[in-house]
Design a protein around this ligand. Sequence first.
Ligand code: G4P
Length: 291
Amino acid sequence: MSENRNTINWYPGHMEKAKRQMLERLKAVDMVIEVRDARIPDASTNPMLLSMVQNKPRVIILSKCDMADPVVTQQWIEKLNSESVLAIALDLMHDPKSGKKLVQACLKIMQPKREKQIARGIRPRAIRAMAAGIPNVGKSTLINRIAGKNTVKAADRPGVTKSLTWIHADPQLDLLDTPGVLWPKFDDPRTGTVLAILGSINDEILDRRMIAMDAIHIIQDYYPGYLENLYESGEVNPNGMLKAIAEKRHILKGEGQLDTRQAAITFLTDLRHGKLGRFTLEKPYEKTEEN
Ligand code: G4P
């Protein structure tokens, strides 16, 4: 793993403001929809969120499941599900039913409360939910999907959703959008590493060769032989693999030399867009902390 990512401070002022707004808005909602990236379900959560949400029912969306390993996604769902948490995997990009699936999940997690209201003669109103998640997990895409029109513009850069907006997403669901919040400090350097690999943090300030080598290292660990087959290389060393990628993709600089820096960028771009196959970079049961 490359060092120096565990000490980065993530715009603490912005984060504090988002936290304050979130706490304020939490008072107005019945439940929380937490969006995480199915390829990194642990790193793409925010530990502060769990403490802020307290015991409100939660639906966890594992987004981008079309690019994640389906077997591992199922394992994550089993791990995350509990009495007050319902985890579902969604392909927000291609599945036209993903909005409906989310509404169904919200109705299901709120069912006990709604049944109590009905028993007391109260007709349940539309569920009020807050959508939250770190940048780039797909919150805007989810809101667009559920609202059926471009209520929120999907960002091509992390962290664009800044203001808070109520969205009448469905007759049974009102949605409150919130800004993405990343915690100010990563305790576990691996968290920063996998976020950087998937482009969820601005990688312009980071060494992309190092990020690509970290990615190669993790994929070789979890999916042995996969990259070796893909790039027809016997290289086990991440640096050697970058050379193999440059060779296979004919990425050269002047005088026919292999350009491993450009190869790293190409590799990361392809990986982030699911062009190399379906990977999950974090497995459940490796950590013991709460979900
Ligand atoms: P955010 O509001 O949480 O910051 O995320 P946003 O919706 O902007 O989504 C980030 C990127 O992820 C977008 O791509 C979006 O299209 C893509 N995305 C979201 N959900 C899914 C999904 O379920 N499957 C797939 N395959 N892609 C999804 P983008 O604007 O092109 O950005 P980028 O991919 O270049 O980062």
